[in-house]
Ligand binder design. Structure first.
Ligand code: ZN
Ligand code: ZN
Ligand code: ZN
Length: 145
């Protein structure tokens, strides 16, 4: 696990530091995106707020993680597709925001279709968010019936 994280950092030109490895391992272990407050809660006092912010900023710049805004406008972070670089983030997958647990999921297998822009408009980033009930919340609902 740690080797994989070290390789990922190295590949994106970041030196391995304790906080970077720690934050990356937390993000990698989750199936939902995490906001900075959520990460603070998971990691605890081990990493201070400023360091955490710097780690997240560096990861985003280098193409290791991408940011998604949830339905409340809170920024959440998820690990990028493996082909992201500091030059280009290609996370053009659909995101799913559960209206029950408020978690945001990366739908890696659902690619955003290319949209033909009207004349004079150049598309740079396309975001697509689906709102609904996630698998976990659906199964909770079923088992309580
Ligand atoms: Zn990316
Ligand atoms: Zn849910
Ligand atoms: Zn994503």
């Amino acid at each position: 696990m740690n080797d994989e994280l070290n390789d990922l950092l190295e590949k994106h030109g970041l030196k391995k530091t304790g906080p970077r490895v720690r934050v990356l391992s937390v993000l990698k272990s989750r199936d939902t995106a995490a906001s900075q407050p959520e990460l603070e809660e998971i990691i605890g006092k081990e990493i201070d707020r400023v360091t955490l912010y710097r780690v997240l900023t560096a990861f985003e710049e280098k193409g290791i993680i991408h940011k998604v805004l949830d339905m409340n406008g809170t920024a959440k972070y998820a690990v990028c597709d493996s082909f992201c670089t500091d030059k280009q983030h290609k996370d053009e997958h659909v995101h799913f925001n559960c209206t029950s647990c408020l978690n945001v999921y990366c739908m890696d297998t659902l690619h955003i279709p290319s949209l033909a822009m009207p004349k004079g408009f150049t598309s740079e980033v396309v975001n697509m968010m689906v709102y609904g009930i996630c698998q976990k919340c659906n199964s909770k609902h079923e088992s309580s019936n």
